[in-house]
Design a binder for this molecule. Structure first.
Ligand code: PHE
Length: 337
């Protein structure tokens, strides 16, 4: 018999081992299984073979075909793996993994603030960012054309307020319109917080942005006192910043609260050198004129309100010195929190 099947198998196996690309694989396949391949040649030799050899040659051809097919199927899973700079990828190496995102530092801060107030019994309500002049101003005792409107510089929309002819809708310049909405809908007693975005046409710099976040607070019952407001905010600051925080209440003016105050945090104590005191919130006793605007009976209720800047709180807590960092979405910044 002219065929040494043993040798052909050994040869095929060695060639299969050396296959390193889909092209080499195809060359190999054609060499053995193609029309002019080795298996076909073995079958073709049957015609001139001795009758005593025919059975062995037929079996040898069939065995060789299955052997080569098996070599190909074993090899093909590896061969299709892409090559990088001529090297085979080592699929046994641990992967690098896809970076997983996480909650933005501002959302985290917002959630922390909300958690402290909810822990004290406050309920969270969200109100619209697109507001009417009534909710943003008039209902808060900021009359039309009164100069105190200037303190809350506002983006007006090119859209008429459907509830008030000739007046335009606007982007709320603070979360205080939430107070008006909630009081118009609910009767005291109530203790609510209103977190959300606010907008002011400020030039952007390290401490100003045309959009930022506030958390508004409002408590109304028939006996609320300024001392309770002070106690609440002091406890809040201790829980949020930690027990070593130093704060001060500074008299201020807001048309919707009387008396009013601003709260500053001692930034030095928290390790921020830029400025000694940083203002974080405005607050005060709800002005009876606001109760009047929302239709509460005269003299029946007492309440206090506050509105805090979320970016300011985060900057103080985490030592961030530029408000723009919050909005640039630079992963090198975001991944630190
Ligand atoms: N709305 C005020 C501001 O944006 C803050 C404030 C809220 C003050 C509630 C008093 C009461 O500055």
């Amino acid at each position: 018999m002219q065929w040494n099947f043993q040798e052909i198998h050994t040869q095929a196996q060695a060639e299969a081992q050396a296959i390193d690309s889909p092209q080499a694989m195809e060359v190999f396949r054609l060499k053995y299984l193609g029309k002019k391949g080795v298996v076909a040649a073995v079958f073709a030799s049957l015609g001139g073979a001795l009758p005593t050899d025919k059975a062995a040659i037929g079996k040898g051809a069939n065995d060789l075909r299955s052997f080569v097919e098996q070599l190909i199927s074993e090899k093909s899973s590896n061969v299709s793996v892409p090559k990088i700079f001529g090297e085979q990828v080592d699929t046994s190496l641990p992967g690098t993994g896809e970076p997983l995102g996480h909650t933005h530092i501002l959302t985290q801060t917002m959630q922390e603030i909300i958690a402290v107030f909810e822990g004290m019994g406050f309920v969270t309500i969200e109100t619209p960012e697109v507001e009417t002049e009534f909710h943003n101003f008039t209902g808060l005792n900021i009359p039309i054309d009164h100069p105190s409107r200037d303190a809350f510089d506002t983006f007006y929309l090119d859209a008429e307020d459907p509830s008030s002819k000739g007046r335009r809708l606007l982007l709320r310049s603070h979360t205080s319109p939430g107070q008006v909405r909630i009081m118009k809908q609910h009767k005291p007693p109530m203790a609510v917080i209103v977190p959300g975005r606010v907008y002011r046409p400020d030039a952007v710099d390290a401490s100003h942005s045309f959009m930022f976040h506030q958390v508004e607070g409002l408590l109304v019952d028939d006996k609320a006192q300024f001392s309770e407001l002070k106690g609440l905010l002091t406890e809040f600051c201790r829980r949020f910043f930690g027990p070593k925080v130093i704060m001060r209440f500074r008299p201020h003016f807001f048309p919707f609260t009387e008396p009013s105050a601003e709260v500053d945090i001692n930034a030095e104590i928290l390790g921020i050198q830029r400025k000694k005191w940083l203002e974080i919130l405005g607050c005060g006793m709800v002005n009876p004129k606001v109760f009047e605007q929302v239709g509460y009976p005269k003299g029946k209720y007492k309440g206090f309100a506050f509105g805090m800047g979320v970016e300011r709180m985060a900057m103080l807590k985490y030592g961030i010195n530029d408000i723009r960092l919050f909005y640039e979405n630079d992963v090198r910044f975001l991944k630190q929190f």
